[in-house]
Design a protein around this ligand. Structure first.
Ligand SMILES: [Zn+2]
Length: 849
C-alpha cells in the first residue's frame, strides 16, 4: 500500500540504478542455439541437490539500523519469514525454510538464500533480490530439461526502514517479490507479485497471483502439475518475422492472468494454466522508464555467446484472433493435461509508444490502496488510474486524453465515465450492470485512436469493505494473557489474524469478533495486529497509519539458554537432536530451528512439549569436522541464538542408528506405516549381538514400546497406543543411544458392513446397477458429525463412485455411514474399497449382477 504523495515511478528508477540483478511470468533465460527451434533454458536451484527439496534462507545478524515507530527487529524477521512462506505453494515441489540467523563468516558453500541488510541501497527502495552465484555447468532436471543451477541468491533489505514499517503490506509484498527473484523469477506485466511495482495487484491476504504460481511451478513442478494444468502455444509474427520478447497473456474473464514472453523467433508456450476459458492477447514490452536499464527491468535472455537478445519491434496490442476489440475476441478453452497449439498472432507495427504502465487505486478509507478493490454497496464505486498516455493537457488542468475510452472485460460491471482528478491521476467511474455480481478480479481495456492497452486485475470486486480491528482485550483462557478477544468491522469466520508476521491460532470466530491465541513473543513485545480477509482485503487498507497493537506482558518468560542433545553431529549424515529451551512456549507449526549455515540443514522440527523440540538435521558431506555452528530457534515471534551450539565430528560408521527415512526404515515392504497397537519391524544400523545382549529398551514419546524380538540389524516392537503424528523414538542398547523421528499413522478405515436395499449384497441377493448402497465404516478417528464427501470415495471393482457425505452414527466406538449408487460394474464378486483422506481400507466383498 502506498500513500498518494509517493511518486510511483521513483521506486523502479532507483532499482535499476542500484543493480543489474533483478527485473507474462518470466525466468532468467538462456538459449543454446541461435536458430529455431528455441527451447528456453532456465536458471533455477537444483531440486535434486537440496535435502528434502528445501532451500534455506539465512537472515544476517547485522540487522536494520533505522526502524519506524512500533517496529522492531523481531517484527522485521517475522515478516521476512512470512514472505518466504508465501512461496510454499502446493503446485511447486520447492520449499523455503528458515535457516536461522547467520553470523559473520558462516558457511555459504551450499545452495541457499542470504538475506542481508545494507546501506548501499538507495533511499526509498525497500529491497533487491536475485541469483548471485551459478554453477559453471548446466545440469539436467528430472524431466530431462537442461537448466543453469543457481547456487546462491541474495535478498538485500535497506538498513534504513524508518519509512517502511515492516507491518505494512508494502514491506511484506516487496519481500515476497524479492524472494521470487531469488528463486529464479523475473518481472511480469500482469498484476502478479512478480509484476513491477506499477501493475502489482496483490495484497497480504493474497500474496501470489495465478501467474506467480504458474511461474514457480514451472521451475519446480509438483509431479501432478503438468496433468492438473493446461498449456497454450503459438507464435507472434510481424510481416512474417517472429517477434521476440512479446508478452502473450491468457486472461480469464473473471480471474487472474497468466502470461509469458516469446522466444527470439516469436514462438511462445504458456504452461501451468488452470483449466478454463481464456481471452488471449499479445502486447509489446513497455518502453524502459526513466533510469530503467531495460523494459520493466527485465534481464534479457542470453544466446550461446552470452550476448543479450533484444526485444522485437514495437507493435499494436491485439486479441486473438487478430482483433483490437475484446468483444470480438474468441475464448480459448484450456483443458487439464492438454496443449492447445497454433494460437498465432500476426501483429501490425506501431512506432510511437502507446498507453503503458497504468496503475489503479481504490479509496476504502483515507488513502489509496493499490490493487484496487471495489465494493458496490459503498458509495465509492470508482477507481483512480495513473499511467503514460491516459492524461493530456497541462499538469494544472490534466484530463483524460481526448477520445480515450475504457471498458471492463467480463460481465457485471461497466465503466460509466472518465473524469479528471489530479495532475497524475484520473477517476474511472464504475457501476454494477448485472443483478448478480460475483467477487473477483476484473480487467480494463483502454482504447484510443484504434489502439488498445489491457490492464489485468485492474480492480477486484468485493461484497464488503476491508476488515478492521477496533478493540483487543485479554479473554479468559490464560496462556500468559495470550488468549485475546478481537472485535471490529467486516470480520468473518474466514478472517485470519496476524501478530506482526505470525498467524494467531483461531479459537472462535463470529461476525465482527473473534477469540484468538496470540503467537508466543518476547516479554513486552508490541505486535501490530492485522486482519486478512479471504476476499483479498486486509485491515492495513484503512488502519496503516494507526494500526491496532497488542503489548505482551512484560513478565513473560523468555529463552535464556538452549541445550542440544547430542551436540556433536556427524559430517555427511542425518541425525536427530533434542533441543530443550525453557520459556520457548513451543507449539506445533510455530517452532523453527536453523544453524545459519548451508552445511547443516534442518529437515523437520517437531514440538514435543512447550520447552522441547526434536529436529531432524543433515550435515553436508563437504562440511569440515571440528567446526561449530550457532543454533537459532524460533517459537512464534520469539527467537534465540545459541552460539557454538553444535560441533561437527567425523562420521562414525559403527555407531548405533535408526535407518534413515531415505532408506527404508521399516524392514518390510508391505508395512511402511507405523500404526498404534500393531507390531512393526525397524531397521537399526550397527545393532550387534553384543548390543542386544547388553539390554535393549525403546521409548516412543513418553511411552515404553515393548521389544518383541531383536536380531543384529533389526528389532520388532509393539507400537503403543499413540495418537497419529510424529513421535521421538529413543533406543538404548548397552551404553549407546539412537534417536529418530517416527510417524505414527492413523489407523485405516475399516468396512464394518455394506447394505443394499435390505441386506448385504451377497451371492444370493446381488446388487444391481443403480441400487443405493450404504457402507458402515469404523476404525477412523472422530472427525465430527459429518465429513465432506470430497474426502472420501468408494471403488467397486475398478469403478470409482461418488459418495454422499460421511455421517457419524455412533460415537463409542466411532462409526460413520455413507451412501452411493452402484455404477456400471461387471456381474459377480467385486471388491469394495473405501478411501478416506487418502487412506485405503481393506477390501470388502459384494456381489453384483
Ligand atoms: Zn523486481
Amino acid at each position: 500500500m502506498k500513500r498518494f504523495a509517493l511518486r510511483p515511478f521513483a521506486l523502479l528508477a532507483t532499482l535499476a540504478v542500484a543493480s543489474g540483478i533483478a527485473s507474462g511470468y518470466y525466468h532468467f533465460v538462456h538459449y543454446d542455439t541461435k536458430t529455431a527451434p528455441f527451447l528456453p533454458i532456465y536458471e533455477k536451484f537444483d531440486l535434486a541437490s537440496l535435502p528434502g527439496k528445501t532451500i534455506q534462507y539465512y537472515i544476517s545478524a547485522n540487522g536494520p539500523t533505522k526502524l519506524a515507530p512500533r517496529d522492531s527487529l523481531t517484527s522485521v524477521i517475522s515478516q521476512v519469514r512470512a514472505a518466504a512462506m508465501a512461496w510454499n505453494v502446493e503446485a511447486s515441489d520447492l520449499s523455503l525454510a528458515f535457516g536461522g540467523i547467520s553470523p559473520e563468516g558462516a558457511a555459504r558453500n551450499g545452495p541457499g538464500i542470504d538475506v542481508i541488510f545494507s546501506d548501499e541501497i538507495p533511499p526509498g527502495l525497500i529491497a533487491l533480490g536475485g541469483p548471485t552465484k551459478r554453477a559453471d555447468d548446466m545440469a539436467e532436471d528430472a524431466d530431462g530439461r537442461s537448466f543453469v543451477p543457481i547456487v546462491r541468491s541474495l535478498l538485500v533489505f535497506n538498513r534504513d526502514l524508518s519509512q517502511r514499517p515492516s507491518y505494512g503490506d508494502a514491506f511484506y509484498l516487496s519481500a515476497v517479490h524479492e524472494f521470487g527473484h531469488t528463486l529464479g523469477l523475473q518481472h511480469t506485466l500482469t498484476s502478479s507479485a512478480m509484476s513491477t511495482e506499477i501493475t502489482r495487484a496483490v495484497s497480504k491476504a493474497w500474496p501470489l497471483a495465478a501467474d506467480d504460481v504458474a511461474a514457480i511451478s514451472l521451475l519446480y513442478p509438483h509431479p501432478q502439475f503438468q496433468s492438473a494444468t493446461g498449456a497454450i502455444a503459438g507464435r507472434v509474427v510481424l510481416a512474417g518475422d517472429g517477434v521476440g520478447l512479446a508478452s502473450v497473456v491468457a486472461l480469464p474473464p473473471r480471474g487472474q492472468a497468466v502470461s509469458t514472453l516469446t522466444n527470439p523467433d516469436g514462438t511462445y508456450r504458456i504452461e501451468g494454466l488452470p483449466p478454463g476459458d481464456y481471452y488471449l492477447y499479445a502486447h509489446p514490452l513497455p518502453p524502459a522508464l526513466a533510469a530503467e536499464v531495460s523494459a520493466a527491468n527485465i534481464v534479457l535472455p542470453k544466446g550461446p555467446d552470452q550476448e543479450p537478445l533484444q526485444a522485437g519491434p514495437n507493435f499494436e496490442t491485439q486479441f486473438f484472433p487478430g482483433t483490437r476489440e475484446w468483444q470480438q475476441a474468441g475464448l480459448v478453452s484450456v483443458a487439464a493435461g492438454a496443449v492447445t497449439e497454433g494460437l498465432n498472432f500476426s501483429v501490425q507495427p506501431r512506432s510511437v509508444p502507446f498507453i503503458h504502465s497504468v496503475q489503479t487505486y481504490s479509496y476504502p478509507g483515507q488513502y489509496g490502496v493499490k490493487g484496487a478493490f471495489v465494493n458496490f454497496a459503498s458509495p465509492r464505486g470508482f477507481i483512480v488510474a495513473a499511467g503514460a498516455g491516459i492524461l493530456s493537457g497541462p499538469a494544472s488542468a490534466a484530463r483524460p486524453a481526448e477520445g480515450l475510452t475504457a471498458s471492463v472485460i467480463g460481465d457485471g460491471v461497466s465503466v460509466t465515465g472518465l473524469r479528471p482528478f489530479t495532475s497524475e491521476f484520473m477517476v474511472i467511474d464504475l457501476q454494477q450492470s448485472g443483478p448478480q455480481l460475483l467477487d473477483g478480479p476484473r480487467h480494463i481495456v483502454f482504447s484510443l485512436d484504434g489502439s488498445i492497452y489491457v490492464l489485468p486485475s485492474a480492480f477486484t470486486v468485493v461484497q464488503k469493505g476491508p476488515p478492521s480491528i477496533d478493540a483487543i482485550s485479554v479473554a479468559p483462557g490464560g496462556l500468559q494473557n495470550r488468549t485475546l478477544a478481537l472485535s471490529g468491522a467486516n470480520l468473518s469466520s474466514g478472517t485470519r489474524y496476524w501478530f506482526d508476521g505470525q498467524p494467531a491460532t483461531l479459537v472462535q470466530t463470529a461476525e465482527s469478533n473473534a477469540v484468538v491465541v496470540a503467537p508466543p513473543a518476547p516479554a513486552g513485545h508490541v505486535a501490530v495486529v492485522t486482519a486478512l480477509n479471504s476476499d483479498g482485503q486486509t485491515s492495513m487498507f484503512t488502519q496503516f497509519n494507526a494500526p491496532p497493537t497488542y503489548s505482551y506482558d512484560v513478565s513473560l518468560e523468555g529463552i535464556s539458554t538452549v541445550t542440544i542433545t547430542p551436540d556433536r553431529l556427524p559430517v555427511g549424515a542425518d541425525s536427530v537432536i533434542e533441543i530443550s529451551a525453557p520459556g520457548a512456549m513451543f507449539t506445533e507449526g510455530q517452532a523453527l530451528a536453523g544453524f545459519g549455515s548451508s552445511d547443516i540443514t534442518v529437515q523437520r522440527v517437531v514440538a514435543l512439549s512447550p520447552s522441547r523440540v526434536a529436529a531432524a538435521v543433515r550435515v553436508g558431506a563437504n562440511a569440515a569436522a571440528g567446526t561449530s555452528a550457532n543454533l537459532t530457534i524460533a517459537s512464534g515471534l520469539k527467537w534465540f541464538v545459541q552460539p557454538a551450539a553444535v560441533t561437527l565430528r567425523q562420521p562414525d560408521p559403527e555407531r548405533l542408528a535408526f535407518a534413515s527415512p531415505d532408506q527404508s526404515m521399516t524392514a518390510s515392504e508391505t508395512q511402511s506405516a507405523l500404526q498404534p497397537n500393531s507390531n512393526a519391524t525397524l531397521r537399526i544400523l550397527n545393532l550387534t549381538q553384543a548390543g542386544i545382549a547388553a539390554g535393549l529398551s525403546l521409548t516412543l514419546g513418553d511411552k515404553s514400546a515393548p521389544i518383541l524380538a531383536a536380531s543384529p540389524g533389526q528389532i520388532t516392537v509393539r507400537i503403543p497406543n499413540l495418537a497419529a503424528g510424529p513421535v521421538l523414538a529413543r533406543l538404548t542398547a548397552g551404553g549407546e543411544i539412537a534417536l529418530a523421528l517416527l510417524d505414527i499413522d492413523a489407523p485405516p478405515p475399516s468396512i464394518l458392513s455394506v447394505f443394499g436395499t435390505f441386506s448385504v449384497p451377497d451371492a444370493t441377493r446381488p446388487a444391481s446397477v443403480g441400487d443405493l448402497l450404504t457402507v458402515l465404516i469404523t476404525g477412523i478417528p472422530d472427525l465430527g458429525t459429518q465429513i465432506a464427501s470430497a474426502r472420501a470415495s468408494v471403488t467397486v471393482g475398478t469403478t470409482s463412485h461418488q459418495v454422499s457425505d460421511l455421517v457419524r452414527i455412533w460415537q463409542e466406538p466411532v462409526a460413520y455411514q455413507m451412501q452411493f449408487r452402484l455404477g456400471s460394474v461387471p456381474a459377480g464378486r467385486q471388491n469394495l474399497i473405501v478411501m478416506i483422506d487418502g487412506r485405503t481400507s481393506a477390501s470388502f466383498p459384494i456381489w453384483t449382477r
